[in-house]
Design a protein around this ligand. Sequence first.
Ligand code: FO1
Length: 323
Amino acid sequence: MHITALAGGVGGARFLRGLRQHLDGRDDGPHDLTIIGNTGDDITLFGLRVCPDLDTLLYTLGGGVHEGQGWGRAEDTFSVQGELAAYGAVPQWFRLGDLDIATHIARSQWLGQGATLSQVTERLAHRWGLPEQRIRLLPMTDSPVETHVVLAGDEPSAIHFQEWWVRLQASAPVDRFVVAGMDRAAAAPGVLDAIREADVVLLPPSNPVVSIGIILGVPGVREALRGTAAPVVGVSPIIGGAPVRGHADACLAAIGVESSSAAVAGLYTDFLDGWLIDPADRGITVPGVRIVDHDGPLLMTSVETAAGIAGAALDLASALRSP
Ligand code: FO1
């Protein structure tokens, strides 16, 4: 089976690690997985290009992630960050570990030599053993884009998404999210075909506004999702009105959408075929979408529970595919 998934950061990466484990346990393989990663979180710091969602996917799938945080490297140290602070170099609110900085240096060097983000990501993925896992990680676009947050208030001001998310902990009221550079962006090579030619398309429980929502804004992606013959199945990031993690509720409020599983599915109804929900949300309905309750909490507390959720999402996809 060829599976394509749109993914953001921590939730998406944990789901896809479970999916890979589930697929490896099936006897109907081999199965290939193409991940279209969000690059709206990207930021340039200290002259280095940082791609948080791509790195979270690389580290999580490659076995190097700091498990408790879901981002950054396990056992990392912060000597460089400390030295930068001693020099008064800013910002200091975004913690870059020494091991993590090597990723940003390599990426920045190769970009500076003229490589595309897709080519850079392929080289980084190779080191993390993704090809051996039959996983291909594609940035949603090779064009530099950044999600910025226009803050609510009388004089409009905008800050980078990471400053809102990390320094302000998503507490500042938002007027709207804008993706700087998206007006000049094109889908990265292979992205649209990966959606059109997939046997199954999955939406992991990533943030529907600042992760999945940003990928949907790449020209051609939404049309490809509407047109693909593959069943498109999503996993709810909201359980009983509360996000599983992160600040999805603040992001949904910013776009005037209630923090509920049905409302999030409502953002995708022009292409969504199936929606896997937590038993707490049993009974919700979304026009044109087949809804299935998971047979347990929709919480990825381990790779095994994530694998179970991924298996349930694939079961829903195959039920949608068979007449
Ligand atoms: N998230 C934080 O809450 N605090 C941080 O200091 C932080 C640093 C950081 C460094 C590299 C990286 O790849 C991710 C990092 N994140 C941090 C997570 C980042 O904000 C992600 O973009 C979000 O988790 C959304 O995916």
